[in-house]
Design a protein around this ligand. Structure first.
Ligand SMILES: *Cc1c(COP(=O)(O)O)cnc(C)c1O
Length: 231
C-alpha cells in the first residue's frame, strides 16, 4: 500500500494552511469558552516523521513554533529554515545533549538530574541557552517524566546548581477516550506547574487539546491534526 503524506483526518480541511487556520479558530473558541485569552496559548506544530516540505509549508502558513522528537532527523530538516522557534520534545539522552543544544531553542523533556546536567554542560560548551521545561509523568502510558511530587525539587536543583532556565512543565496525557481521566491528569500537571513556576504549561495534543485548554495549557503540541498521518 502506498502511504500518502499529510493525509488529513477524514472531514478535515485538506490543505495544511487550512488545517492550521481551522486549528487556530478552534483553539480561540475553546479558549473563550474557558474564559481565557487565546493569545496566551502557543500552538506548536509537531513535525516528526513529516517531510521538510510540509514544515516549510506550515511555516509559510504562519506557524511560529515547530517540534521534533529526534535531534538527527531535526538537524537535517531544519537546514536553511525561515526563522521559527524549535522545540525538542523527544526523550533526552545525555549523549545527545550537544546535538539538542545545537539544533533547538527549547527543550521540553528534562526529567532527571543527570540529563538536565548534560544539557547544562552542552550549553556552557556552546555558549547558548535554551528555555527548558520539566517533563512530568501524569499517566501510566508515559514511560518518562519525573513524578509530579518530585518536580519542584528537581527544578530548584537544576536552577541553582546548573543555572538552567526551567520555565515550566510539559506532560503527555493518558491514552484514553475517557475525558474525565484526561482532565484529572491535566489537573495534576497544572498543580505541578504552579509549584515549579515559570510561564509555560505544555499540555495538549491532537486528541486532548480541548481538555488541556480547559486545564490552563499555555502551549499545545499538535502533530496529526495539522500535518496529517505520519509517514
Ligand atoms: C508526537 C508528539 C506530539 C503530537 O502528537 P499528535 O497526537 O500527533 O498531535 C506531541 N507531543 C509529543 C511529546 C509527541 O511525541
Amino acid at each position: 500500500m502506498k502511504l500518502e503524506v499529510g493525509v488529513p483526518p477524514s472531514g478535515a480541511p485538506s490543505s495544511l494552511a487550512a488545517r492550521i487556520a481551522t486549528m487556530r479558530a478552534n483553539i480561540a473558541e475553546a479558549a473563550h469558552a474557558a474564559g481565557r485569552d487565546p493569545a496566551t496559548i502557543t500552538l506548536v506544530g509537531v513535525s516528526k516523521k513529516q517531510p521538510r516540505a510540509a514544515l516549510l509549508e506550515a511555516i509559510e502558513a504562519g506557524l511560529t513554533d515547530i517540534a521534533e522528537n529526534y535531534a538527527h532527523e531535526a538537524s537535517e530538516k531544519f537546514v536553511a529554515l525561515p526563522p521559527v522557534r524549535k522545540h525538542f520534545v523527544g526523550h533526552v539522552q545525555s549523549n545527545k545533549a550537544k546535538a539538542i543544544v545545537d539544533t533547538f531553542d527549547l527543550v521540553q523533556t528534562i526529567d532527571r538530574l543527570e540529563t538536565g546536567r548534560a544539557i547544562a554542560r552542552a550549553q556552557r560548551l556552546r555558549g547558548k541557552r535554551l528555555r527548558a521545561l520539566l517533563q512530568i509523568n501524569i499517566s501510566r502510558d508515559d514511560r518518562f517524566g519525573v513524578a509530579p511530587a518530585d518536580a519542584p525539587a528537581l527544578a530548584a536543583q537544576l536552577r541553582d546548581e546548573e543555572d538552567l532556565e526551567i520555565d515550566g512543565v510539559m506532560a503527555i496525557g493518558p491514552l484514553t477516550n475517557d475525558r474525565a481521566s484526561i482532565v484529572s491528569a491535566f489537573g495534576e500537571a497544572a498543580r505541578a506547574f504552579e509549584r515549579v513556576g515559570g510561564t509555560t504549561l505544555s499540555i495538549g495534543m491532537s486528541g486532548d487539546w480541548r481538555e488541556a485548554i480547559a486545564c490552563g495549557s499555555t502551549m499545545l503540541r499538535i502533530g496529526t491534526a495539522i500535518f496529517g498521518t505520519r509517514i
